[in-house]
Design a protein around this ligand. Structure first.
Ligand code: 5CA
Length: 447
């Protein structure tokens, strides 16, 4: 993409409505624009990152054997009356009447809808296990929408639902989700720690939230600092291997890590004192096992191997896709702007032409551009007639992890400069070497 032809409405000044870094930087980098309280338009740059995150979530869910689909945003109130949650959900639910006076709602989550689909089409235990998911907009009429996309009213969520014959099978689904979530977050360059949490309006006994540690996080958390040393990394996972998934779950949840809702001072006191931490975190996902809470009242059952009908065991599992942009920026920025992890960056590399209009510099940039594209990389070429300082400031603000600077001086000896946004380090090399280096770096971020 050539910047002169793109739509990147960066702001020069800090917007007054933004109190935390991610909100401020998303507005300044022209990624989002508020449409109403807690409701945002996703401008091209923000939309690109949102799609990259979605893509990682899709790949990792399907790797775990979960099946993508799409349910609508508007739902009928009748289903929610069946589960008993129409009244329970309270003012957070946006209620709407259609022209016939029928009660509708903008879905805050989809347990009822998916259970209805299941009971209409699945009848036998032979069709289990089954996990369906979608990535769809949700609406929750939060009392205090704030921090930009972090606590929106309209937000994008991946929500998945497992249907299993037994509690044991459903717990395997729970573990599978835990593992696949950690993998997804790691690919986004994030450490999100599973913490024992409270199930709130979703219900159930078993639930973990995934928290990214950040001073601006809304949740208070307590943990054993040794938990921050655990990584999934590149290990091979067989999602059908019940013992392996349980093993990973146990490894990640054995140490003390809880949100304030489940925090227990007496248990916490058993953690060695020098490892006891209290901090703040951003909740980027939550998994639940709730047994037959929805399948029972809604009649979602299967005929088991012994010929009798039993309600299915269920769980639901959510990732805050739009919130993740905020969380990633909170964890990756400096005073000059965003620093995207390679896995989610909107463009792989920025090309800065120091002397636009100079035949040699223009030709070198065009060649670089084509060579990067040929390697499957997406460059953003700043081809505007602007001072170098302004071009650098824009690149630093929007946070592409790598920048190639092309100028007449370097071209005299056949070199360009490759700069890391994170470390600020610059290395001179030939354009071919820069392309090869970037191709190598990005090959490592593939799932
Ligand atoms: N049905 C379950 C799991 S599918 C569910 O709704 N879980 S949840 O309530 O925990 O939401 C899942 C994730 O969505 C949260 O972990 C959080 O990351 C994100 N989320 C929740 N509320 C908001 C909000 N107001 N703005 C942005 N993201 C949100």
């Amino acid at each position: 993409m050539r910047l002169s032809r793109y739509f990147l409405p960066v702001l020069k000044e800090d917007p007054s409505e933004a109190s935390i870094a991610s909100h401020r930087l998303m507005l300044r980098a022209g990624m989002i624009k508020q449409a109403a309280a807690g409701i945002y338009s996703w401008l091209p740059l923000g939309f690109k990152v949102l799609k990259r995150i979605e893509q990682i979530v899709h790949e990792e869910q399907q790797r775990a054997g979960h099946i993508p689909m799409l349910m609508p945003t508007l739902q009928s109130a009748d289903l929610w009356r069946e589960s008993g949650r129409y009244d329970d959900y309270g003012d957070e639910m946006l209620r709407i009447k259609d022209r016939h006076g029928r009660d509708m709602l903008y879905g805050p989550t989809n347990e009822e809808l998916i259970t209805d689909i299941f009971r209409a089409h699945v009848n036998s235990y032979k069709d289990l296990p089954l996990t369906l998911y979608h990535i769809q907009w949700k609406f929750r009429d939060e009392v205090r929408p704030r921090f930009g996309v972090m606590r929106g009213r309209e937000f994008l969520m991946k929500d998945g639902y497992n249907f299993d014959l037994t509690k044991e099978d459903a717990l395997h689904a729970y573990n599978r989700h835990l593992v696949s979530y950690i993998r997804s977050y790691e690919r986004m360059g994030l450490q999100a720690i599973p913490m024992r949490a409270d199930s709130g309006p979703i219900g159930g006994d078993d639930t973990h939230e995934f928290l990214v540690l950040a001073e601006t996080g809304e949740s208070e958390v307590f943990y054993d600092s040794a938990v921050t040393d655990i990584r999934l990394g590149a290990r091979d996972i067989d999602y059908d291997d019940v013992a392996q998934c349980r093993g990973v779950m146990e490894e990640f949840t054995a140490l003390y890590a809880r949100t304030d809702e489940t925090h227990d001072e007496t248990v916490f006191a058993q953690v060695p004192q020098d490892r006891r931490r209290s901090a703040r975190g951003i909740e980027v996902g939550q998994i639940f096992y709730f047994g037959t809470k929805y399948s029972d009242p809604m009649g979602a059952s299967v005929v088991g191997p012994d010929g009798t009908r039993t309600p299915v065991h269920m769980g639901s599992h959510g990732i805050g896709v739009s919130r993740l942009l905020g969380a990633i920026i909170e964890a990756n920025h400096d005073e000059r702007g965003i620093i995207w992890p390679e896995g989610v960056t909107p463009f792989h590399v920025g090309i800065v032409n120091l002397k636009q209009g100079d035949d040699q510099a223009d030709a070198a940039c065009d060649m670089l551009y084509s060579a990067l594209v040929a390697k499957g990389l997406e460059p953003l070429y700043d081809d505007r007639e602007e001072r170098a300082g302004g071009k650098f400031a824009t690149m630093d603000l929007i946070g592409l992890p790598w920048r190639i600077t092309v100028g007449p001086r370097g071209l005299k000896t056949g070199v360009v400069e490759l700069t890391s946004r994170r470390t600020g380090e610059s290395v001179e090399m030939t354009p071919e070497a820069a392309v090869a280096r970037l191709a190598e770096i990005y090959a490592q971020t593939q799932g």
